[in-house]
Design a protein around this ligand. Sequence first.
Ligand SMILES: NC(=O)c1ccc[n+]([C@@H]2O[C@H](COP(=O)([O-])OP(=O)(O)OC[C@H]3O[C@@H](n4cnc5c(N)ncnc54)[C@H](O)[C@@H]3O)[C@@H](O)[C@H]2O)c1
Length: 342
Amino acid sequence: MIQEVVFPSGKVAYYFDCSAEEMLREELNAIFLTDENVFRLHEAFFEGKKVIRIAPGEAGKTLSNVELICEQLVALEATRETILVGVGGGVITDIAGFVAAVYMRGIKCTFVPTSLLAMVDAAIGGKNGVDMGLHKNMIGTVRQPQSIYFDIEFLQTLPDDEWKNGFAEVIKYACIFDHELFEKLEKRDATHFKTSRTALKGLVQRCADWKNKTVVNDELETGERKLLNFGHTAGHAIETLYHLPHGQAVAVGMMIAARIGEKKGVSKELVSTRLEKLLQRYGLPVATPYKTEDVMSLLRMDKKRSGDEIQYILMEEIGKGIIRRLSFATIEEVLRKYENND
Ligand SMILES: NC(=O)c1ccc[n+]([C@@H]2O[C@H](COP(=O)([O-])OP(=O)(O)OC[C@H]3O[C@@H](n4cnc5c(N)ncnc54)[C@H](O)[C@@H]3O)[C@@H](O)[C@H]2O)c1
């Protein structure tokens, strides 16, 4: 099924429920970027193709890897006609998008997301980039790929922990946009989505639609796109400091945001209790040990900071996110209250 989404900076063709192998078979100008895990588990997919491989994981999202990949593109005689195809999780789609934006001042790129997290979130929306030391996604651009191929067959090899990371982002959409999805997730569990192709395809497309809708209206994140950062502000700090997987850190970040919303009287209902149960249902943590001072020092360097305040995403009610300017003192108070909650 093809869906064309028109962003301010360009059109993207979304191929839902497709075989990426079939779709890309005739693509003679393609050079593929993937990580060693995805390559090893899906070797047949890469047979006969020009492939650049990097080590798996967040540690690969660096400027030095960008340079190495560009060197390999030169060695493979990539020209301005080349299409860089990122096949992998969010690390690969982020770095492939960035390399494509800067190699020869820009070549085309296409994504084949292979993790649930990349299918529902990372591959969509045009943000790309790399980390710089402790600063996640510090260097990057906003540039759309020409197409995205959603092939859920790849998920058959996805490890359990990576499913959990993906579900954290699914739960994020439910919290900020989609009360009905929240209720559906409450009734079902991870096994249901892992075993029912129809349910999984529906879930991926529903989340992709939410992300598309938000980014079409606000590609450069001056307004509503910020809602997608729900759980990510404290979440990113915790991920960086304690090396928690992205989804787990976002889960803890969502709990912190829910509690801040309740403390500030922004939330109309006790959102944190329902969120806590839902996160646990999908195997996600609701707390982790952290040091408030360390989290605060990273938050003070956050891109959303302005003076003594930071824009924070809270939940007004289940299914409705809201952007609020908060003082660092407010955040610190809540962080301290739950500091030893492990
Ligand atoms: N650009 C954006 O808008 C955006 C949004 C959300 C997240 N992100 C970024 O995405 C990254 C996280 O994405 P991720 O969780 O996919 O990380 P990832 O790319 O590191 O993948 C997670 C792990 O799963 C493995 N994997 C991927 N697909 C697999 C498969 N089909 N079978 C077996 N193993 C597989 C990878 O090798 C890796 O070990 C972070 O860097 C985050 O910053 C970007």
